[in-house]
Design a protein. Sequence first.
Lengths: 214, 214
Amino acid sequence: MEKRISREDLQRMDRWTRAALVNSVPGFKSVVLVGTANAAGVNNLAVFNSVVHVGSNPPLIGLMFRPRTADVGHTYHNAKSTGYYTINLLQFGFLDAAHQASSKYPEHVSEFEACGLQALFSPGFAAPYVAESPVRIGLRWQEEHPIAANGTSFVVGAVEEIFLPEECLGPDGFVNLVDAGVLAGSGGDGYGPAGPFLRLPYIGSEPAKSGSLA
Amino acid sequence: MEKRISREDLQRMDRWTRAALVNSVPGFKSVVLVGTANAAGVNNLAVFNSVVHVGSNPPLIGLMFRPRTADVGHTYHNAKSTGYYTINLLQFGFLDAAHQASSKYPEHVSEFEACGLQALFSPGFAAPYVAESPVRIGLRWQEEHPIAANGTSFVVGAVEEIFLPEECLGPDGFVNLVDAGVLAGSGGDGYGPAGPFLRLPYIGSEPAKSGSLA
């Protein structure tokens, strides 16, 4: 049976049920650890599932921040003040550790140490990467758009560097994340595998008939 | 072997390789058909893979638009002028048809007819849904944020209504998209299954030890 849920139905739900529904219904998503450091050199980690492709020329990646949420707030303030942050894709092998980053730690606690993950630095880049992650992207704070409707912020970052397993990078530039063993997200708390992916050919104005498996 | 790709390496790539890399590397994503209608009642469809959760109270979903791209441009102008648009999750059963929406059709052509998909209307809602899609969300244009870095626009939509298979809606609000048979995206042209998903319990300040399978 098909069910219709109206705006009014959503408003009547308790906040946890509404959050689970609205967060899970729009599709599978990327789930990453965001790494930052504060001015005192304390490293911070937080799980984000709001990565979005903004453009490739120049290479830009967007992320939703909740500036007023205690745990994510550290990430926001660190990224904004230092200008640098990293996104690190997840694998099952360190998922339990990554999930610990959802805990609320005081600002002076390194969440790498608290979670049992290893910080990794790249020369000239002011934010820590997660050593356990096979696919890591270093971003530079580019522009911020405060969302009037709910007080969150959409932040666009410029891609400064990418680390990935060489064998996952195809000759056409496509990164095979299935081979990299990284996880997809569903809702705010679901982690799972994805793929295999059928790649469909670009069509200008002609119908496409077949694809290739990646 | 691990490979590092710098900003300069990216700049040296041809635009297709760079686009494939930057679009695929940040993780799996949602892939949807966006449905709109213009003032003359001509229905438009386009494939988007830039859905992002903005918030649940009020329920808000973000989408990246490329206003100057011919095919996506129709969607942008229709959504902005009518104030309504729909997102419709994909299944393998109509993937080939959905992919046809990537073709560039003239503005007077209904892309539903051109793709062989059926338009479905909901009372009082000015944009068409895709009848073949099991999970459909009606959005009202809420706020637009032009991205200075590349001329795209981040648009936040308010959730007006949701249609989904009743059996996929859990008692806690989590929508089981695996049971709904919808696809994940990878890069700009990859379509595949995802799951099963392990749901990890919310942690305040205590370590989490186990999860449940969804």
